[in-house]
Design a binder for this molecule. Structure first.
Ligand SMILES: Cc1cc2nc3c(=O)[nH]c(=O)nc-3n(C[C@H](O)[C@H](O)[C@H](O)COP(=O)(O)O)c2cc1C
Length: 408
């Protein structure tokens, strides 16, 4: 990949993780890849905003892109570290061995992390104060602390003259970015939809648990006139940055509920009794014109289940009893949803049991502090009868009606 000009002497330096088997953060599948973006301001003083991950030859790739601009690592005067997570700052250690003059602008909370992650001494750092500005030739940078979007030490950098926000993990998405389409206005409708889906999945996987911080950050930055958003993952928004800002606001507000009038249905079944009710449940939901996203556990990845669940106002779990408890793979799904603070949902459960059940009691105790409103459940012994089918349909009808009221 080549460096890409954004405006004047501001450039995007980027790589894509393209290995289909790579798990982002060691958990999340990225079958369509992900870009890692750094930004460079070339001028009287050269500024590098965020770096890259030290894997797959990425530092070499970024160095090559810098060479295209007649710059070497040693020529960087100012390093802005918005975020210490290793996908952006992993290169810092090797970078600072070569570059011994550059000052590192970061938050006070990031300073000890420079040492811990990068073995970079604190005297290389300039701890910013919130809102502080820095004149760099023709450019002016302003730094804003944005704690917990995504780590406690995170900040964003705003170029005040061209009104560019270097937002780091905020407004980012999965999905590799190709050289011919790095800006929102260069994307087809289909690609826009792709990045919107990948932005939601990225949000649900990476940022969702910090939605309160996202809402605070959005309020804090709402006074800024932002013409271009340069995130550290995904495309650059220059035609209409309001689109991704609105998406983020919406995603963050799902945490306060209600989310969209949609249902995420996760099911498990050992011998097919619970599964045999699945189509009936889906058809009943569709009768109410409610979109339904169906996932199987185990089978479908938790990263995708999280995205569906985050966006849906309703959650339905179909699972049998297993050793007096929730079926273990479903237990894992529920735990993950709770870790990511999926809350304010209307919930229903159905499933088969063999002897005396147990899953329902375990389910209720697991979700006690979830902020989920369990509207009902239906269980039956062994294979379902015609009466079981009718009873379940009635309960799903009632659930859908409540969900419609909840999302009005
Ligand atoms: C390993 C195992 C553990 C089970 N534990 C329980 C249990 O604790 N309580 C119960 O009522 N049934 C238990 N059952 C029976 C299942 O819940 C029952 O077969 C149910 O119909 C399975 O639904 P499925 O066909 O959707 O998998 C167990 C079955 C298996 C194979």
């Amino acid at each position: 990949m080549k460096f890409q000009k954004i405006v004047d002497d501001i450039y995007r330096l980027a790589v894509n993780i393209e290995d289909e088997n790579y798990l982002f953060e060691g958990i999340w599948p990225i079958p369509h890849g992900i870009s890692i973006n750094a930004y460079l301001i070339k001028g009287e003083k050269n500024v590098l905003i965020d770096l890259t991950q030290d894997i797959m030859g990425f530092p070499k790739a970024i160095t090559g892109q810098m060479e295209g601009l007649s710059l070497a690592v040693e020529d960087i005067d100012i390093i802005v570290v918005n975020h210490m997570e290793p996908d952006h700052a992993g290169w810092l250690r090797e970078f600072c061995k070569k570059n011994t003059k550059g000052l590192i602008y970061c938050t006070k909370k990031a300073v000890p992390l420079l040492e811990a992650f990068g073995r970079v001494p604190a005297d290389r750092a300039v701890a910013i104060t919130d809102g502080m500005t820095l004149e760099v030739g023709e450019y002016e940078l302003q730094f804003f602390e944005t704690p917990n979007i995504h780590w406690p030490e995170t900040m964003m950098t705003y170029e005040t003259k061209r009104k560019i926000l270097f937002a780091c993990d905020a407004f980012g998405s999965y999905g590799k970015v190709t050289e011919d389409a790095i800006f929102d206005d260069q994307l087809s409708e289909e690609k826009h939809a792709f990045f919107e889906n990948e932005a939601l999945r990225y949000y649900a996987n990476i940022v969702a648990a910090f939605s309160g911080a996202v809402l605070k950050g959005l309020t804090k930055l709402s006074g800024l006139d932002v013409k271009i958003i340069c995130p550290s993952h995904g495309i650059i928004w220059r035609e209409n940055p309001g689109v991704i800002i609105d998406h983020y606001k919406r995603y963050a507000e799902y945490s306060k509920g209600p989310a969209e009038r949609e249902i995420t249905l996760v099911w498990s079944s050992m011998y097919g009794s619970t599964k045999s009710m699945l189509n009936l449940v889906v058809e009943t939901i569709r009768k109410h014109k409610i979109p339904v996203h169906v996932y199987q556990a185990p089978g479908d990845d938790i990263g995708y289940i999280l995205a569906g669940a985050w966006k849906s106002a309703g959650l339905i779990f179909g699972m049998p009893t297993y050793e007096y408890k929730v079926f273990p793979p479903m237990s894992h799904v529920i735990d993950e949803l709770l870790v990511k603070k999926v809350t304010n949902k209307k919930v229903f459960r159905f499933g088969s049991y063999g002897w005396v059940g147990g899953a329902q009691r375990d389910f209720e105790s697991k979700i006690e502090k979830s902020g989920w409103d369990l509207l009902g459940f239906y269980e039956w012994q062994g294979a379902p009868t015609r009466e079981d089918e009718q009873a379940l349909v009635q309960k799903i009808d009632a659930f859908c009606e409540e969900l419609i009221k909840f999302t009005e």
